[in-house]
Ligand binder design. Structure first.
Ligand code: NAD
Length: 371
């Protein structure tokens, strides 16, 4: 039910919503109204109807400001299935050969690219050239040079580029960021990010360098990198890294299994992180400051996220990450809203520069300075 009441329930359900919506004015809202939401809606086509694409589509059913109106897939049977499930007309269905024609489609404002990592670069640039806004899954590309080319292409085409960093809209995460920004944790000294899972099927694209651009680091280690930046609130100036591999058959050359890495920040804060495809139950953030701490476990899974600080447990209600993400991204694209933690293409490039440096540090065993 797409009513104003549902919208309000969603945004008022958690205490995080108010500081997070600076231009939201309660005085203009009739709280008892059941009138349908009649504000702007971002009409989205999903490219790549795989496991995460399916999750996003399902979650978007309860978004207020974003609606699934199109699909792009190489598999006609999946397109048929999605057409029936989401009521998508034939004219909004494309394949990987003809999706440039989306430029003539007035029912689609943005394309959400949810395909294997190495395909993002060319697909995002084609979408930009078709004049549509782009949301791209993480990692936005397989290196910083490609990421920057995507940012440049979107700027040139005058379309927005956002990266699917769903944790940037997660209530407990945002409360910790707020506490850190307000000085409630004092000077930040240390962050720990542990991110990993034991990967299965050795034939999947995630273990193919040509499609994945790497291994665990591109897929899951990126959460620790990204997390260290939004938790500490600075950009790292150096990295060191060490790689270990227990199964060189499954994890071939260029596909990292486990990397431990350290980041140094201008204030003197340091981060110590682990990225792995070889351990389960590894989803933990710890932030330490002179006046307090924050601890999250699970920290980046689909939730519920659990978090506590030196003053107690965070009790913000669980939200479906992708539902909130799509509403917030619609507001960024349609209304120019500024999120508390950025999700633009430049944010994605920053992570990729760090990944490039981590790979170089792991290879040479040397500390790598970041500009
Ligand atoms: P998936 O394998 O389930 O789906 C990938 C889709 O891409 C499939 O539908 C596949 O048919 C299609 N595809 C198109 N061209 C392909 C090709 N040449 N080779 C293989 N598949 C091709 O993968 P996924 O888990 O949905 O991941 C897709 C993207 O989403 C990745 O970039 C991943 O990092 C990202 N992801 C993000 C999150 C998150 O929480 N933000 C979670 C999972 C995945």
């Amino acid at each position: 039910m797409n009513t104003r009441r549902v919208f309000l329930q969603k945004i008022t359900a958690s205490a995080f919503a108010l500081p997070f919506m600076p231009d939201f004015n309660f005085e203009n809202v009739n709280l008892s109204s059941d009138a349908p939401y009649d504000g702007p809606v971002l009409r989205v086509a999903i490219m790549g109807l795989g496991s995460y694409g399916s999750r996003v589509a399902e979650a978007m059913l309860t978004s207020t400001m974003a609606k699934l109106t199109g699909v792009i897939s190489g598999t006609p049977s999946k397109i048929k299935e999605w057409q029936t499930k989401y009521n998508i007309p034939e004219k909004n269905c494309y394949n990987y050969e003809n999706f440039d024609d989306i430029k003539n489609n007035k029912d689609i404002d943005a394309v959400y690219v949810i395909t294997p990592n190495a395909l993002h670069h060319d697909q995002v640039i084609r979408v930009a050239k078709a004049g549509k806004h782009v949301i791209c899954e993480k990692p936005m590309a397989i290196n910083a040079t490609e990421g920057q080319e995507m940012v440049d292409a979107c700027k040139k085409a005058n379309v927005k580029l956002l990266v699917g960093y769903r944790m940037h809209f997660e209530p407990k995460t945002l409360e910790i960021v707020r506490m850190r920004k307000a000085g409630e944790l004092g000077k930040i000294l240390f962050f720990q990010g542990l991110c990993g899972f034991k990967i299965g099927d050795p034939t999947q694209w995630r273990l193919n360098k040509a499609l994945a651009g790497g291994g665990a680091m591109m897929d899951i280690g990126i959460y620790a990198i990204n997390g260290s930046r939004y938790m500490i609130g600075e950009e790292p100036i150096w990295v060191t890294a060490e790689e270990t591999k227990t199964d060189p058959i499954k994890f071939k050359e260029g596909v990292d299994e486990t990397i431990m890495f350290q980041l140094g920040f201008p204030s003197g804060a340091v981060a110590s992180c682990l990225s792995t495809y070889n351990m389960n139950n590894l989803d933990r953030f710890f932030l330490n400051g002179e006046k307090g701490f924050a601890e999250m476990q699970p920290s980046t899974g689909y939730g519920p996220i659990k978090a506590r600080t030196n003053i107690g447990e965070l009790t913000h209600p669980h939200v479906t990450h992708q539902t909130v993400q799509m509403d917030e991204m619609a507001a960024i694209i349609l209304q120019g809203k500024q999120p508390m933690v950025p999700v633009d293409g430049e944010e994605g490039v920053r992570d990729l520069k760090i990944i490039d440096a981590i790979f170089a540090a792991a290879k040479t065993g040397k500390k790598v300075e970041l500009k």
